[in-house]
Structures are given as structure tokens and as C-alpha cells.
Design a protein around this ligand. Structure first.
Ligand code: ASP
Length: 596
């Protein structure tokens, strides 16, 4: 009744046809006596011409049509007059000459312009009117991409014999290292459900049931401190498999991601196979467990060369048990002094004591390709030392060596951040490159300084490497686990592990984590009990859907890939939520609110 085609589907083959279209008025141009509008729907635009001579008498109000009105038009598809074609538009060679129209609804002036390129409007306003913001073509394209990603994954896993199983949202605490969102139970005053931080225990229980290969595209909820790239609720592809080793999970994940990118984002280039790096090596070479492998720039260790150095800063650092490590910025001689100073400030802001920079220069007097160098601390530096570290790091004339001295972990962290900054500043990669890698063998535990206790690096259900199992308590910090992350272009995309499936081992891990017997029982008895009834070896992984779509859409803003996101502080400007409950609701729930 409303239309024969989508606007963007019309084409030159239809010239001469009388058709009906419906959509929004994207833009109107009044050419005195003639009105041109672009009619828009989710598929694109077509130009519609209102010529009063061609319209019936009842359509005399044509000139009142305004932007964002919803109209239905019947008319003739014709070629645009020569010279007026718009080759940027798929329908740019044709137009619809209106014969009849109906106004289906009118619209107030929108609170902001819809042009794809004019997004400077305050994001809060755009979120408050998200239904309007989503009218933009680029926003629709992201929704479509997300749909395709999820469809590809569902089809792929279905072919591989996986079963999609839904698990409850009203459940009990499922720790993944964040706070729980809770829901009060009216029938049980004072008692609460917790929303799942992930379906971790549920998917493990499904393995005990013999489901064997499970997946779910599922909402997870984590009450964490606000951060730009986080949302309190987000979507995971949660998957779990029985009778598998780490290799089986990684291979399946790798095949799925390569197929996914080739199918839904063919313009991106993706590496194959994915590099695999263990955690310790990744920290050593890239100063991060999320290395961006689109560019090389590995961290070099110059500690040995800095021992007994004539430059006291270096010698003292090593003498006090510290390290001297560095990076080579290719063509760093292009950096201005101001830019170099800002790198020094950057390192200081990260807690470093300073940054030593050395620019390698040609030595015109030397016959055997020796080099000279420039540095603000040149007078303290021995030229043999500079030559030595220049060779060790394969630096060329024109490159800049950057050194950080200090405690090992902190130094690596600083260099890891600096490496990412240099990669970006120096344009060391192509925007269309996707470089995936698996980081494996994470530590099982981390020491939490603040709370003076061990915490899980991932979650408490992770299986330690076999050689540590007989003596977990001896040195928890040394234990490595069958635990892995999938990383792409410097972002964590997925995290997973082989799980513990024996009760005694799981109980021992809980005890190292500081859970009393009573707490263990209250929180985890369902899982521990299930392990007494023949739990198979199992493992899995959970890629973040939002992260995948961000990567493929090329955005750093997680709110771009979620239809109705919350602000960074977890507020929903559209529904104005969270909000108060009525006094009656609170009474019914047995809740009294104490405002801070
Ligand atoms: N449940 C884990 C997470 O949400 C993923 C996994 O281990 O499968 O990070």
C-alpha cells in the first residue's frame, strides 16, 4: 500500500515506470515554482521533483512540505536533465516526477542536523534523541554491520555443531572481577538477584550436562567505574566446548574470525595464521598483553650495556636492581624539539623518571659507516655505548633511540604506552590492516596491593598448567595458566581458558583467593557439586561483540556500535535512567533508601 520499492533501490532501468515511494524528506530546495526534495529511507535517497503543472488539483499544498516530514509519493521515474546528475548518489541519474502525494506525518524541526559529517552536536543531545541520530546513513550502516557479524557467527557455529542455549539473566553473583548489578526480589524481601557478569558458571554446567558445544550471543552486566570504552551492559559471544585442549579452542576461534572478516569486511586485510605469544614474552617485547602488531618496534634491553656506564643515571639504576630498556623510533630525526619535549612529558605523566633520547646522525669523517649522535645529555654519553646500543637495536642513521630507566615492570609499561603513541604519531600502519594475535599462558593469580590478597588474572575457574597443580600454594605468582586472550590492533577482543573440572582443585583455588569455606559454599556450591557427577574436561572463550564491530567499523567509541547506549557515566539520557522508584514500589520491596 505504501511503496513499490525502497528509495535507494530505484535505478535507470525503471525510467518510464510510474511507481510509489515512501520515506522522509531529507532536504528541500525551493526553486521558485519547482520544489526538489531528496526522499530518504534506510536504503538511500532519490530526488523527487514537485512541478505544480504535473500535480492534481488536490495537491495544491505541495509547497508546505518540510524536512523530515514523512510522505508517500506516486510519480514517474525519468532521467535527470543533462548536467544535473549527481554521480555521488547511486540514484543520481534519475528522479521521480511527482504526480500525487500524501503527507503521512509532519515533523518539528529536529534538534540537530542529520548530515553524516556534522556530528559536532553534543553527544548527550544525540543520545537523548537517539532515534533521530540513528536516521543517519552511517549509523544505519553500523547497525547493519552488527547484524551481519552476529548472523555470520551464528551460521558458522551452527555448521560446527554448536547449540545456542539461553541462560538466565536473573541469577546469583557470577564473579568476573567487577561489581554486580542487583535486582530486588519482591516475594523475598531483603533478597536480591544478581545480573550475570557473564554466563561463565552456567556454560560450565551445560558441559556437565553433555551439551558439548554451546554458544550464546548474550548480554553481560558489570558495575564498573566509568571508562570511555566501557558500557555497564555489553554483548558477548559466549562459547564453551567439552573434551578440548587450548589448541582446539584457539583454532576454532581463528578460523571463525578469518571467515568473519573476509565475509563481512572484505576491504580489511587480515593476517593468517594469527601470531601466538606467551604473556611473559609479550610483556617483554611490547610492554603490554595487548600488543599492536601492525608495526614492529620491539622493546630492546640495554641493561647489560648500562652497567658501570659513565652516565651515572644509567649505572645507578642498574646498580639498584633496575633496568634500562628502549625503543627505536624510525626517522625520529623528523621530530622537532618541541615534539621530543612532549614525549618526555608523556613519559613523566606515566610515572617515569624521564626519557633519554638519542638521534643517530651521519658521521661524514668516518670511512666505516660510523655514526654521530645528538642528545640533550650528549656530554654524559660515551660514544661507544651509543654505537653499541645502536647496533644492538638495528637502528639506522636518522632514527631516534628512546631509553627509559627504572624498575622493570614500570619501565615496560611506560615503553608499551610510548610504543603505541609512536605507532600512531609516525603513521606506522595502514588503517585497513587487522593484525590478530593470541596471548597465552597468563599468570593464574595477581597480587592485589590495595587489598593485600591474591586475585585471579582472569577468573577463578581457570586451569593452571599441569606442573603447578601439586603445589599451588608454594608461589602463586609463578603459576601460569591455560588462559588466553585474542587481541587485534592493540585491543582485547576475547578472553578464555581451559577450566578446572575437579572439585578439590577448584576449592584450592578459591582458598588461595581468600574465600572462606562458607563463602565458597554460598557462591559456588552449584558448580562444585556438579563436578562430583562426572564433569568432562572443557574450555571456551568469549569474544566481545561490541569490540568486534568497533574494530570492523573503524571506531574507538563503543557508543557508536550500540543502538541505545548509555553515557560514559552509565546514564541513559533517552529514558532518563536510572531513576527513582515510587514510595509504593519501595515499600513493596521492603527497601528504604539512604541518600549519601
Ligand atoms: N567468562 C569469561 C569473560 O567474560 C570468558 C571466558 O572465560 O569464556 O571474560
Amino acid at each position: 500500500m505504501y511503496r513499490d520499492y525502497y528509495c535507494g533501490e530505484t535505478n535507470e532501468k525503471m525510467i518510464g515506470e510510474v511507481i510509489e515511494l515512501s520515506g522522509w524528506v531529507n532536504k528541500r530546495r525551493d526553486h521558485g515554482g519547482l520544489l526538489f526534495i531528496d526522499l530518504r529511507d534506510r536504503s538511500g535517497l532519490i530526488q523527487v521533483v514537485f512541478d505544480p503543472e504535473k500535480l492534481s488539483e488536490s495537491d495544491i499544498h505541495w509547497n508546505q512540505i518540510r524536512s523530515e516530514w514523512v510522505i508517500q509519493v506516486k510519480g514517474l521515474i525519468q532521467s535527470r536533465p543533462r548536467g544535473t546528475e549527481n554521480l555521488n548518489l547511486s540514484t543520481g541519474k534519475i528522479e521521480l516526477l511527482a504526480q500525487e502525494y500524501t503527507v503521512l506525518n509532519i515533523s518539528k524541526t529536529l534538534p540537530f542536523e542529520l548530515s553524516d559529517y556534522k556530528e559536532e552536536t553534543d553527544e548527550y543531545i544525540r543520545l537523548k534523541y537517539r532515534y533521530l541520530d540513528l536516521r543517519r546513513a552511517n549509523k544505519y550502516q553500523v547497525l547493519k554491520l552488527r547484524h551481519k557479524v552476529v548472523k555470520y557467527i551464528r551460521d558458522y557455529l551452527d555448521e560446527q555443531g554448536f547449540l545456542e542455549v539461553e541462560t538466565p539473566i536473573l541469577i546469583k553473583s557470577t564473579p568476573e572481577g567487577a561489581r554486580d548489578f542487583v535486582v530486588p526480589s519482591r516475594n523475598n524481601p531483603g533478597q536480591f538477584y544478581a545480573l550475570p557478569q557473564s554466563p561463565q558458571q552456567l556454560k560450565q554446567l551445560l558441559m556437565v550436562s553433555g551439551v558439548d558445544k554451546y554458544f550464546q550471543i548474550v548480554k553481560c552486566f558489570r558495575d564498573e567505574d566509568p571508562r570511555a570504552d566501557r558500557q555497564p551492559e555489553f554483548t558477548q559471544l559466549d562459547l564453551e566446548m567439552s573434551f578440548v585442549t587450548q589448541e582446539d579452542v584457539l583454532n576454532l576461534t581463528e578460523k571463525m574470525f578469518i571467515g568473519l572478516v573476509q565475509s563481512v569486511a572484505p576491504s580489511k586485510s587480515i593476517n593468517s595464521p594469527f601470531e601466538r605469544l606467551n604473556y611473559d614474552l609479550s610483556m617483554e617485547l611490547y610492554g603490554s598483553d595487548k600488543p599492536d602488531l601492525r608495526f614492529e618496534m620491539k622493546i630492546k634491553d640495554f641493561t647489560t650495556q648500562s652497567k658501570n656506564n659513565q652516565f651515572k643515571v644509567l649505572a645507578d639504576t642498574v646498580g639498584n636492581g633496575g633496568v634500562v630498556k628502549g625503543l627505536v623510533a624510525p626517522n625520529g630525526n623528523n621530530y622537532s624539539r618541541k615534539q621530543i619535549d612532549s614525549l618526555v612529558e608523556y613519559v613523566k605523566a606515566l610515572g617515569g623518571s624521564g626519557l633519554i633520547w638519542i638521534v643517530l646522525e651521519d658521521d661524514p669523517k668516518s670511512a666505516n659507516q660510523d655514526f654521530e649522535f645528538k642528545s640533550i645529555v650528549k656530554k654524559y654519553l660515551d660514544s661507544d655505548f651509543v654505537k653499541n646500543i645502536g647496533k644492538l637495536s638495528d637502528a639506522n642513521i636518522g632514527d631516534m633511540i628512546l631509553l627509559v630507566a627504572g624498575e622493570n615492570k614500570k619501565t615496560l609499561e611506560i615503553l608499551g604506552n610510548l610504543r603505541n603513541k609512536l605507532g600512531k604519531d609516525l603513521n606506522l600502519y595502514d588503517k585497513n590492516d587487522l593484525k590478530f594475535c593470541f596471548i597465552t599462558d597468563f599468570p593464574l593469580f595477581e597480587w592485589d596491593e590495595e587489598r593485600s590478597k591474591w586475585t585471579s588474572s582472569h577468573h577463578p575457574f581457570t586451569m593452571p598448567h599441569d606442573e603447578y597443580i601439586s603445589d599451588l600454594k608454594n608461589d602463586p605468582s609463578s603459576i601460569r595458566a591455560y588462559c588466553y586472550d585474542l587481541v587485534a590492533n592493540g585491543s582485547e577482543i576475547a578472553s578464555g581458558s581451559i577450566r578446572i573440572h575437579k572439585k578439590e582443585l577448584q576449592e584450592e583455588v578459591f582458598s588461595i583467593l581468600g574465600y572462606s569455606k562458607k563463602e565458597t559454599n554460598e557462591l559456588f556450591s552449584q558448580l562444585l557439586n556438579s563436578f562430583e557427577y562426572g564433569a568432562p574436561p572443557h574450555g571456551g572463550i568469549a569474544p566481545g561483540i561490541d569490540r568486534i564491530v568497533m574494530l570492523l567499523a573503524g571506531t574507538d567509541n563503543i557508543r557508536d556500535v550500540i543502538a541505545f547506549p548509555k553515557t560514559q557515566s552509565g546514564f541513559d539520557p533517552l529514558f532518563e535512567s536510572p531513576s527513582n522508584l515510587t514510595a509504593d514500589q519501595l515499600k513493596e520491596l521492603g527497601i528504604t533508601v539512604e541518600k549519601p
